[in-house]
Design a protein around this ligand. Structure first.
Ligand code: NDP
Ligand code: 2IT
Length: 474
């Protein structure tokens, strides 16, 4: 189903947008040794604009690294990093409730396994095409390295739109998807998890089908499972919690905190809900969130119990939240980044915060932007925020808590163990503090103190590059 979107990035309409629409037109100059690598990526992957954007964003940080380490160029590390190890595209046939046979396209891009088995989520959204899965898989390589866990990078998904589909339809779709995917995944090969449109319900159906085909209760083949079928405590909360813990670390480094701060969060899915929850636990108040139809502004602070009821239990829309909450206003097609805030957390989708949005945030006194979503800020948006002195946390650092906790789930599955909520949450906090420190230290070491984009890209890249060197030309 095609629906109106308040975001200027890809919405429900499917397929790529132009570079101008993505806000990727005004890039800074690349290092002269990296420009030909980028041109080759453009030529080899035509039309995959989000993938081009994600590659360019990393390459823009790597000038000082390749200058200091000629061994990376000699071994063609960057060229190899930009080419996925394996890309799988498959037909997903299923039958809807009226008996009509439907066809979707499934993807799994196994991008890089230098650090461990491919690891990354599965996205179900009508906008999914190869360029989206490749940008997500590429980002995942560096994010997973930053997490400090032994996991490589991959991503999968389908252009299936779960919106409006019955439970039985979602189940049949997931079973058909896994019927093909099962031969490509495994505890030591590739371990998918959730992403947009894929949560505990979908992971449960996919695990059920995997278990049936493989005749093996191989819990470690998927993460994000429900607690009753081998899932880990805090996985559901991990991405949102981790993003806010990262924000708290950034503010702490500036001698301040989240306490008493006003937040605005885009999206109202898994990441957004638990970002709002952790912000409240740390003394902040989130006053707005969104879905792809509109925004809710609730000056009394978002009522989390009601939001969870509407989104997690009823799988409803934000209009339903607004109808039941006296202090809330619903604005159809509203611009969330125009709501004044100290802390902005884009937690919906790629390219949802553009140049004009960044200008509005800076003008309204925003002090920190942290990406709960993957690549939600356009390149020119990032530049506006940084030039205005707004603290900026890129997704591959800020939202790494989700995949890190997935790796903790793998660890618990492998040892047939189950940790308490408190123990798991403390581990997540430790990991986020370590990622923050690593990004900050690396940025300073390479001459860009305070630049978390450079810090994340360089630290993640170096770890993967060194592993690739050690593994030889494969
Ligand atoms: P959910 O499906 O739970 O929620 C997504 C939210 O964002 C919904 O409110 C949805 O609105 C909105 N949204 C998503 N895609 C679009 C789009 N193309 N156009 C307009 N609105 C959109 O997903 P998650 O919360 O899990 O994921 C959100 C972001 O966080 C994604 O970028 C994902 O890659 C990233 N992420 C997720 C992790 C995880 O563990 N789940 C880990 C790290 C990053 P609507 O309901 O109207 O579609
Ligand atoms: O973007 C992401 O990091 C995720 N969707 C989570 C991946 C995972 O394997 O937990």
């Amino acid at each position: 189903m095609v629906h109106a979107s308040p975001f200027r990035g890809p919405s429900g309409s499917g397929g790529p947008l132009s570079a101008a629409a993505l806000g990727t037109g005004t890039s800074s100059v690349l290092d002269e040794t990296l420009e030909p690598v980028y041109q080759e990526v453009l030529a080899r992957n035509p039309g995959e604009l989000e993938f081009h954007q994600a590659v360019r964003e990393v390459l823009e940080s790597l000038g000082p690294v390749v200058a200091k380490h000629p061994e990376y160029a000699e071994a063609a590390i960057i060229e190899r990093l930009c080419e996925p190890e394996r890309q799988i595209i498959f037909r997903v046939p299923w039958t809807d409730d009226s008996g009509q046979v439907r066809i979707n396209r499934g993807f799994r891009v196994q991008f890089n396994s230098a650090l461990g088995p491919f690891k990354g989520g599965i996205r179900f959204h009508p906008s999914v095409y190869l360029g989206i899965i490749k940008f997500l898989g590429f980002e995942q390589i560096f994010k997973n390295a930053l997490s400090g866990m032994p996991i490589g990078g991959g991503k999968g998904g389908s252009d299936f739109n779960p919106r409006g589909r019955s439970n039985a339809e979602v189940m049949r779709f997931c079973q058909s998807f896994m019927t093909e995917l099962h031969r490509h995944v495994g505890e030591y090969t590739d371990v998918p998890a959730g992403d947009t449109g894929v949560g505990e319900r979908e992971i449960g159906y996919m695990f059920g089908q995997y278990k049936r085909i493989a005749n093996s209760y191989e819990s470690g083949v998927l993460t994000g499972k429900g607690l009753g079928i081998g899932g880990a405590r805090v996985r559901r909360e991990a991405t949102g919690y981790g993003t806010v813990i990262f924000v708290e670390e950034m503010l702490k480094a500036k001698g301040t905190s989240l306490d008493g701060r006003r937040g605005v969060v885009s999206g109202s899915g898994n990441v957004a809900i638990y970002a709002i929850e952790k912000a409240a636990q740390l003394g902040g108040t989130c006053v707005a969130c969104s879905d792809s139809d509109g925004i809710v502004v609730d000056e009394a602070g978002i009522d989390l119990e009601l939001l969870k009821q509407v989104k997690e239990v009823e799988r409803g829309r934000l209009t339903s939240y607004a109808e039941r909450r006296g202090s809330a206003r619903y604005i159809e097609d509203g611009r969330i980044w125009e709501v004044p805030c100290d802390v902005a957390l884009p937690c919906a989708t790629q390219n949802e915060l553009n140049h004009a949005d960044a200008m509005a945030l800076a003008r309204n006194g925003c002090v920190v932007v942290a990406e709960g979503a993957n690549m939600p800020t356009t390149p020119d948006g990032v530049r506006v925020l940084m030039d205005a002195g707004v603290l900026f946390a890129p997704g591959k650092a800020a939202n790494a808590g989700g995949v890190a906790t997935s790796a903790l789930e793998m660890q618990q599955n492998a040892s047939r163990d189950s940790w308490s909520f408190a123990q798991s949450e403390e581990k997540l906090a430790e990991i986020m503090r370590a990622i923050h420190e690593r990004c900050a230290d690396t940025a300073a070491e390479y001459g860009s103190p305070g630049n978390y984009v450079a810090g994340a890209n360089i630290a993640g890249f170096k770890q993967v590059a060194d592993a690739m060197l050690a593994l030889g030309v494969i």
